[in-house]
Each structure stands twice: as C-alpha cells, then as structure tokens.
Design a protein around this ligand. Structure first.
Ligand SMILES: *[C@@H]1O[C@H](CO)[C@@H](O)[C@H](O)[C@H]1NC(C)=O
Length: 128
C-alpha cells in the first residue's frame, strides 16, 4: 500500500515536471499599431491581459512614444517608466515587458495623445 502511494506521488511529481506548463501569453498578443484612436476614428484600445514576463511590441509610424505607468492619469509624468525603444520618435518600436503583477497603462507621452485615447490598460497576473 505504502509503495503504491509513493509510486503514485512520484508519478504525479514526474508528470507535473514533464507536462508543458501553460505558457502565459499577452492578449492582445501584438504587435500593436500605436496611433491616436480618436484622431484615426478608431475605438479606444481594448484592455489587455498578460502575465509577468510577457512582452508586447508597439510599433508606430508617426511621432509617438511608449511609456508604462501604474496610473491612467495622462499627466502623471513622474510615474512614467521609460521603455527601451519607447522614446518619442518619428517612427519606432518598443517592447513592453511586464515585470510585476498589477494594473498598468501603456501611454504615449507625446503632447495630448494619451488624452485622445493613446493609452492601453493591462491587467498583469503573476508569472504562471
Ligand atoms: C523587440 O523584440 C524583438 C524580438 O525579440 C527584437 O527583434 C527587437 O529588436 C526588440 N526591439 C526593441 C526596440 O527592443
């Protein structure tokens, strides 16, 4: 009996080790075309979900940029975290990698772009 239980536990541990873990993946997966929705007559950006470690790419072809914030306040510049590749530029791409669980906002820091809808909310869960 004890041997059977031990074997079953061992099997469970081994199976857990070999089964592919659910790969966390951001939704939407991107790349996300980064524009001013209101100016382009588009709906607001849909809120996304991701897990810690996920990366979402934003690309743009007009003058935009990408920062990450813990606040949806477009003017809370002290909260804006710089993102590699996210500096304001005429065209570009930036990879936003979520490093902590919580609610975050990808924001365009250029002019009033954020106030005109260039902001996307992300709900980030702990790493799977
Ligand atoms: C974003 O990630 C892709 C894929 O890893 C890479 O090719 C690209 O250079 C990265 N871009 C920036 C701006 O870091």
């Amino acid at each position: 009996m004890k041997v059977t239980i031990c074997a079953a536990i061992l099997l469970a541990i081994c199976a857990a080790g070999f089964l592919p873990l659910a790969t966390p993946a951001a939704v939407p997966a991107g790349p996300i075309t980064w524009v001013i929705p209101f100016a382009a007559n588009l709906p607001p950006y849909e809120a996304g979900t991701a897990a810690v470690g996920d990366t979402v790419t934003y690309t743009w072809s007009r003058f935009h940029g990408v920062v990450l914030s813990s606040s949806p306040d477009c003017t809370a510049r002290t909260l804006f975290q710089q993102i590699p590749g996210g500096a304001d530029s005429a065209s570009g791409a930036a990879n936003v990698t979520f490093t902590a669980p919580g609610t975050f906002y990808v924001i365009c820091p250029v002019g009033t772009h954020c106030a005109q809808g260039q902001i996307q909310k992300w709900t980030v869960s702990p790493a799977a």
